[in-house]
Design a protein around this ligand. Structure first.
Ligand code: GLY
Ligand code: MN
Ligand code: MN
Length: 434
């Protein structure tokens, strides 16, 4: 039994139809689940479904395979799910896996076989097929040390059928997945709403002396009680100087009076992510200096949001945001006009204080797949996350919301989450008598 509300199988039926429409004649496509990853001895990590097969089927179960063969001569082989067989022993130890009827209800795939039939069925299909689409991880920032089930499958399958033509699913999937369907936006909104609830809780909780991991626990508490399975990515709870360490994930320090805490956290819901960053004062009040940096970041964020619109290009957008940030850093006197005049275009002066990108695709994966060199389209979902990190002042400010691009602008999935410095202070001090 899953703890989240599933989306209708109509979504998955549509998603498969969109993929099938882009396949070559007489081709089939194969998608695999993730492995259950081992730890040590007989330990395993919690199962995390591979996002592509989830996008195409809604099946949230290990050892599942989707085969799509739109031109198959046999009507019942146009779409097939191969699943791990469920049996009494599995039911006793792990709980039953999907049976055929349940798998159909989840995915809308009518033909469901057990995995042990895979080799035999595929022999028949491969004698009909000319081209096979395999699903390689082509995320530009992926670094993969451990071979995934998908990659392992691809290697073995090509060895078994060496003279078929092979093609890549990834370019098709990256485009399809980047344009979110209404049901997906609903799920992303639910993830965001859980993140909001947890921030509300944290704003009341934080005071001098709390540990960063105590704050992490408050987030997790609210996530779990709302049907989330946890953080959509490893959370960053970084007080004081730690906020200047971009990938700080120790979350072990004590939050001290006078410091600002950078919190980059988001709940997952039904495998969809949310990705939020807020910065809050440990004492409940920002200093004037902290607020001036905060408001500079907020201005850049608000301007950046208006630049993300259909037809715009992400690399152009990032350049424009760099110009906005340059202006703010000049006003703050963190850089001067001489720094700007002699700057290296490949690493402009503003990068000294704002060294990461402003936006990335978001969806089933936090850094979701999408085509970075194509114009922005309605239905894309992006984060907007400018920041200023001043190591010499032990101060790092980043603000991050998630937006859905529409024909005329955007919908901010985090519009109800406190963002302005004064609003944050108000929430932190509500009920406190001075
Ligand atoms: N939390 C990861 C990111 O903001 O991109
Ligand atoms: Mn983030
Ligand atoms: Mn982000």
């Amino acid at each position: 039994m899953l703890r989240y509300d599933k989306l209708s199988n109509q979504l998955y039926i549509r998603n498969r139809a969109k993929f099938a429409a882009q396949m070559k004649p007489a081709s089939l496509a194969i998608f695999n689940s993730n492995d259950i990853m081992p730890t040590s001895a007989d330990g395993t990590m919690a199962f995390k479904q591979a996002t592509d097969i989830f996008y195409l089927t809604g099946v949230d179960q290990e050892e599942s395979i989707l085969v799509m063969f739109p031109d198959s001569f046999h009507a019942n082989h146009k779409e097939i799910l191969f699943l791990k067989e469920t049996n009494e022993n599995i039911a006793i130890w792990e709980g039953a896996k999907l049976d055929q009827k349940e798998a159909f209800d989840v995915s809308g795939v009518k033909t469901v076989y057990w995995l042990d039939q895979f080799d035999r069925i595929m022999k028949g299909l491969m004698s009909e097929a000319k081209t096979v689409y395999l699903n390689t991880n082509e995320h530009t920032r992926a670094t993969i040390e451990v071979e995934t089930r998908e990659a392992r499958f691809g290697k073995a399958f090509r060895a078994q059928y060496p003279v078929h033509t092979y093609d890549r699913s990834a370019p098709i999937m990256h485009h399809l997945r980047s344009i979110k369907e209404p049901e997906e936006i609903e799920q992303l909104q639910r993830a965001s709403n859980i993140t909001k609830k947890s921030l509300d809780r944290v704003l009341k909780f934080v005071k001098p002396g709390v540990k960063e991991y105590e704050i992490e626990a408050e987030f997790m508490h609210e996530f779990l009680r709302n049907g989330s399975r946890g953080f959509a990515y490893t959370p960053i709870i970084a007080s004081g100087f730690n906020a200047c360490v971009l990938h700080y994930i120790e979350n072990s320090a004590t939050c001290k009076d006078g410091e600002v805490i950078l919190m980059d956290v988001g709940a997952e819901y039904g495998n969809y992510a949310s990705d939020m960053t807020r910065c809050i004062p440990v004492s409940g009040r920002f200093t004037a200096r902290q607020k001036s940096i905060y408001n500079a970041v907020l201005r850049v964020m608000r301007e950046a949001m208006t630049l993300l619109r259909p037809g715009a290009y992400l690399h152009e957008y990032h350049k424009q945001v760099g110009e906005l940030m340059t202006k703010e850093l000049l006003d703050l006197k963190l850089i001067d006009s001489h720094d700007v005049a002699k700057q290296d275009p490949a690493w402009p002066a503003y990068k000294k204080y704002f060294m990461h990108g402003t936006s990335h695709f978001m969806g089933l994966d936090v850094h979701d797949v999408g085509l970075w060199d194509r114009p922005i389209e309605a239905g894309h979902v992006f984060t907007v996350e400018p920041g200023i990190y001043i190591r010499e002042e032990s101060l790092g400010i980043r603000l991050e919301n998630d937006l859905v691009i529409t024909e005329n602008g955007f919908v901010d999935l985090m519009k109800d989450i406190p963002l302005e410095a004064e609003h944050i202070e108000e929430c932190m001090n509500a009920g406190v008598t001075v």
